[in-house]
Design a protein around this ligand. Structure first.
Ligand code: FES
Ligand code: FES
Length: 214
């Protein structure tokens, strides 16, 4: 039966005109070429002579002002702002808590806006101004917010304090310290495992009520 079918097909093929055979050969060639293409290794398909290797040694230029000092740096484009500050510039006042954008320990000011440095790439700060906790005290005198935190016992272990201070300063500058509730709301991104929250609110409220410039 099968033999008949095969023979029948051969007979049928023999009755076909030449251009049909040519079309069939072309179709088979194209199909095989496509199969080879889809089975080729990914590296073969994506590699071009102009490809730029992405690796540990690639660096990009970054020009940034940190605590009033202009810096020109050559960095790994994957580096976070937090790692740049702590690991490369030894500005370890800014703390790494969760490294996930959840605790606020890494809060710094970028162009005056509070920013979670663990969630922002350093290269994004090109041409910007970064302010960290290291810049708060001047000539050996603590910043008014630092003094208020001491006065009101706004910390225990102190790990969250640099982030709390930067957020507290931004909170007043943003005009969001009108009441204790408002302070709590706008400081809610800064966690304190020691539970110093009431004292932190008191410190910020004290500075606000005395109209001190921060
Ligand atoms: S370390 Fe950045 S939010 Fe926790
Ligand atoms: S003072 Fe310890 S975590 Fe806030």
């Amino acid at each position: 039966m099968i033999e008949e079918q095969v023979n029948g097909q051969e007979k049928a093929d023999q009755t076909l005109p030449d251009h049909v055979f040519e079309d069939r050969r072309l179709f088979l060639k194209q199909t095989m070429a496509f199969a080879g293409f889809t089975l080729a290794p990914v590296s073969f398909l994506t590699a071009t002579p102009d490809d730029i290797p992405i690796g540990d040694h690639e660096r990009v230029k970054l020009s940034v002002t940190i605590n009033g000092q202009k810096r020109r740096l050559s960095i790994d484009p994957r580096m976070t702002t937090l790692d740049l500050l702590r690991e490369k510039l030894t500005l370890t006042g800014t703390k790494k808590g969760c490294d996930l954008g959840q605790c606020g320990a890494c809060t710094i000011l970028i162009d005056g806006q509070r920013t979670l440095s663990c969630l922002s790439l350093a290269i994004m700060q090109h041409g910007k101004k970064i302010t960290t906790v290291e810049s708060l005290s001047e000539h050996g005198n603590l910043h008014p917010m630092q003094q208020a935190f001491i006065k009101h016992d706004g910390f225990q272990c102190g790990y969250c304090t640099p982030g709390q201070l930067m957020s507290a300063i931004a909170c007043i500058r943003e005009g969001c310290a009108g009441s204790d509730d408002e302070i709590r709301e706008y400081m809610s991104g800064n966690l304190c495992r020691c539970g110093a929250y009431p004292n932190i609110v008191n410190a910020i409220s004290d500075i606000k009520n005395r109209g001190q410039k921060v």
